[in-house]
Design a protein around this ligand. Structure first.
Ligand code: ADP
Ligand code: MG
Length: 875
């Protein structure tokens, strides 16, 4: 009876394992498959699209659902499972099924989680695969640690902002695949739910208890000065790794993403809205993010480094200048830059091969690739040395030296090529392992003797039809046709009878067979020992390989920046401590790629000490959002060390960049859109300072007209007067353009429209001054609204513009400054001076974090009533 039909005991064993691994999907090895049963089988069938079957009915006639995947393809399936956020326990057979008495012993041999894998086929691509741990105290700022075990990088820090949003924002640039969290009771629930909505594809779970200090690898042990929350995050992360990837723990090295300084803070929403490394809409095809537009890297580690640099632009001027110097020097190589790129191209994913060595999950052909890769690194360095390298490239150049011992060891141990499925005994170059060579020689000799024996026995017995054969069950035998079988000598012992023949063995045959088997066994044992020996030797170099990979990654990105500059005509930006941002003929880095010639370049002039606020109005589709994102993206690029698409760019460094574009993606969090907008504006108003760049799109969109207008007005005043940051604001409230007249350092702009031909042509060119037309009807016509509707709308518009009544026009707000004849609706405009309007004061004091949306609404309505003009003031 096969084990698989012994329903109950097998299922009991399975249930036992499941009970010991709660929260895990248990894949249970039965024969050639990894199986799941019951609800897990249904889940597996759904998630992996594998067939759901049922086991034979048990004694109660019940049929348990069952679904499995073939063991040889398990990595592919594991990849899909962990990318969907599952945590899998692989339960293997740990004794030979043939030797087992009763049920085969099974144990969990591996825990596979989204953030702790090193295998290529599970990782599913070269991008980073971060595991994060966040720790949030009841008040103040949280700490975080992140690790990518597949590349050996450990990143830690304290959040720049307090609370849940602060700590979640701090890890947002890394897009972790798995997040462990720990928080004081009062913040825990909020933390878990914000993590889940910020990282919908990640696995989120409470962090395990912290490991002890001594368990942290020496290299990553935090300095005594790190904040307690950061230390706790480190230790909890280590606790998790101890359980999942203990072999890799000692190989992790700290990385400083900010190059010794601060990084330009991009919170989670800004990263999303600017689409730096992932599209705002995850369903979107590739090619929409800044990273995609910039990724002409030639190595896997280069691609990862690019993502890290773009999501973490620098702030320290010397660090930025150093990258830009390096890029400039590389651009200066002219045509030979391509040779350098080609030299880098064959470098394999050194970091991941190293991690797979450490995790003992490496394939022999990957070590051959490693050897070739190290040679390619040497080649790259030699190519680099063909031109003078500026000081900024010196540390990289030094980093490009592969560990010499390792190069030699691999060269002497491994042949030029290893077929992917090669036997362990065929892995080594002759002479590398003399004992192995010896056993293989004995084996070959014995095999030769075996085939010689066929001839000898044919002659000795006179039986021409005698053949040497082999099968798995009986081993070697002589086969003789039925008719001749009676003539065999007595030393032939019968083994097996088949259809037309008899099979025999002799003492001599058995002795030779034993010699072959022994030699093979010894060869295999020796090969395995040599393989492990080789891995131990390579293992000692894992840290060196990780460092080498980082140098390769950094060089690849700098070479890529230079390559882009050469091929796309980008210019070196000046990044300095000035308060201004001046860009001439700037282009949107991503749209420019898709639109090419059709893209209309624009200028940027912002100055924290001069004109710092630009209010953009203008019709839909005129290019407001594009312009604003362009400003943000060019700053990001410049501070990441890239040349930029512009004729000229001078960036007074930005320390914090906020963008809020529309408010569509937040509705899912269950807040009203008004509340969402208020929360976002509150975050910005609290944190923005003169080093910040604030880009607000569609201010006031989530509200009815007057609430939105009032808040938008107050917010702009605050940005201008108090935060004194550089800001670009787009709005459909034309009334806001009136405000600008009263602010000393603000300016109106719009994107030009050509109406000469009767229709509307968007020129996408930024020009000074406000527009007073929304072109809504034109856009509606483009969108295909029926002609009668459009004509009716045009009629109503004319009536409105002529001061029409009876349309239920909104109630007017007080005016305290100039009049404008353009609007039928009264406008809220500032008093002109810089003293605060008491209404504004109250608006700014609203506790937006804690107030409910109903309360807020009531409050704003009350304020509005207070501001209501006396009847005679109505126009
Ligand atoms: P708005 O925010 O004013 O509604 P968008 O910025 O969304 O407008 O731009 C609408 C479309 O106009 C974009 O998708 C793009 O195709 C085009 N566009 C915007 N800016 C430019 C430009 N500078 N040059 C060429 N086309 C542009
Ligand atoms: Mg827009």
């Amino acid at each position: 009876m096969s084990e698989a039909s012994a329903t109950t005991p097998l299922l009991e064993q399975y249930e036992g394992v499941k009970a010991r691994y709660p929260g895990h999907l248990v894949l249970f090895r039965v024969g050639d498959f990894y199986e799941t049963f019951g609800d897990d089988a249904r889940l597996l069938s759904r998630e992996l699209d594998v067939v759901l079957t049922a086991r034979a009915p048990d004694t109660h006639g019940e049929r348990t659902p069952m679904a499995g995947v073939p063991h040889h393809a398990v990595e592919v399936y594991l990849g899909r499972l962990v990318r969907r956020g599952y945590k899998v326990a692989l339960c293997d057979q740990v004794e030979d099924a043939r030797q087992a008495k009763g049920l085969v012993r099974r144990e969990v041999t591996r825990i596979v989680t989204p953030g702790t894998v090193v295998e290529d086929r599970i990782l599913g691509g070269p991008d980073h695969s971060f595991l994060a741990c966040v720790v949030l105290p009841g008040s103040g700022r949280g700490g975080y640690s992140l690790v990518d075990v597949s590349t050996g990088e450990w990143i830690r820090g304290e959040a720049d902002d307090p609370g849940v949003e602060g700590v979640v924002g701090a890890i947002a640039p890394y897009q972790p695949r798995e997040v462990l969290w720990a928080g004081a009771a009062e913040v825990a629930r909020g933390l878990a739910s914000v993590l889940a909505s910020e990282f919908p594809l990640a696995r989120i779970e409470p962090a395990p208890t912290p490991a002890s200090d001594a368990e942290l690898p020496e290299a990553v042990r935090p300095a005594a000065t790190v904040p307690a929350s950061v230390r706790e995050a480190d230790l909890r992360l280590a606790g998790y790794l101890r359980a999942t990837q203990p072999r890799l723990l000692p190989h992790l090295l700290p990385v400083d993403v900010a190059d010794g300084g601060r990084r330009l803070l991009l919170d989670a929403k800004t990263l999303r809205h600017l689409e730096i490394t992932r599209p705002m809409n995850p369903d979107e095809a590739r090619g929409t993010t800044l990273r995609d537009a910039w990724d002409e890297t030639v190595t896997a580690v280069g691609r990862r480094t690019l993502a890290l640099w773009l999501a973490n632009p620098l702030v320290e001027l010397t660090a930025i200048a150093s990258r830009l110097d390096a890029v400039e020097a590389l651009v200066g190589r002219g045509a030979s830059l391509e040779t350098l790129r080609e030299a880098l191209r064959p470098v394999p994913d050194l970091a991941r091969i190293a991690s797979r060595v450490a995790g003992r999950r490496v394939r022999p052909d990957e070590l051959v690739a490693l050897r070739r890769g190290l040679t390619a690194v040497e080649g790259t360095r030699i190519e680099l040395d063909r031109a003078p390298t500026p000081g900024s490239l010196a540390p990289l150049r030094i980093g490009l030296v592969p560990p010499g011992e390792l190069v030699q060891l691999l060269a002497s141990a491994l042949p030029e090529e290893i077929a992917p499925g090669a036997e362990a005994t065929e892995l080594f170059r002759a002479g590398h392992a003399p004992d192995l060579d010896g056993f293989r020689a004995v084996e070959a000799e014995a095999l030769a003797a075996l085939s010689a024996l066929e001839r000898t026995e044919q002659e000795a017995t006179g039986l021409k039809g005698l053949r040497l054969g082999y099968n798995q069950v009986f081993g070697y035998y002589f086969e003789i046709g039925r008719a001749q079988a009676a003539r065999v000598p007595a030393r032939f012992r019968r083994r097996q009878t088949v259809a037309q023949a008899e099979r025999f063995v002799t003492d001599e045959l058995e002795a030779l067979e034993r010699r072959v088997a022994d030699a093979r066994g010894q060869a295999r044992a020796s090969a395995d020992a040599r393989w492990e020996e080789l891995l131990v030797a390579v293992d000692r170099q894992v840290g060196a390989l990780h460092r080498l990979a980082r140098a390769v990654g950094a060089l690849d990105v700098l070479v890529t920046f230079a390559h882009l500059a050469q091929t796309r005509g980008y210019v070196r930006p000046t990044v300095d401590a000035s308060p201004s941002i001046v860009i001439r003929d700037g282009r949107h880095p991503v749209l420019d790629r898709t639109l090419g010639e059709r893209f209309v370049p624009n200028d940027v002039d912002l100055d924290a000490e001069g004109e710092r606020l630009l209010v953009l109005t203008g019709p839909n589709m005129s290019g407001k959002s594009t312009y604003m994102r362009q400003v943000g993206l060019l700053v990001v690029l410049a501070q990441a060390g890239s040349f930029v698409p512009a004729k000229f760019a001078r960036i007074g460094r930005v320390t914090r960049l906020f963008t809020r574009m529309g408010f569509t993606d937040e509705i899912g969090r269950g807040k009203s859109s008004f509340m969402v907008e208020m929360t976002e504006v509150a975050e910005i108003l609290r944190a923005a300072d003169p080093g910040s760049l604030v880009l607000l799109d569609e201010v006031g969109r989530g509200t009815s007209t007057f609430d939105g207008l009032a808040i938008a007005w107050a917010s702009l005043r605050h940005l201008h007067d108090v935060a004194r940051c550089r800001s670009v604001v787009a709005t459909h409230y034309h009334q806001l353009t009136e405000l600008v007249g009263g602010l000393r350092s603000a300016r109106n702009g719009h994107l030009a429209v050509d109406e000469r031909t009767g229709g509307v042509v968007f020129l996408h060119r930024l020009v000074a001054g406000a527009t007073d037309r929304s072109y809504g009807i034109h856009v509606a016509r483009l969108a295909g609204l029926p002609e009668p509707v459009l004509r009716e709308a045009e009629r109503l518009l004319r009536e409105l513009e002529a001061g029409g009544v009876g349309l239920g026009a909104p109630r007017p707000l007080p005016r305290s400054g100039r009049r404008t004849p353009r609007y039928t609706q009264a406008v809220l405009v500032p008093s002109g001076g810089h003293e605060r309007d008491p209404l504004v004061e109250e608006l700014l004091r609203l506790p937006l974090d804690t107030i409910s949306s109903e309360e807020l609404r009531a409050k704003v309505e009350a304020l509005r009533r207070r501001g209501e003009p006396a009847p005679e003031a109505r126009p």
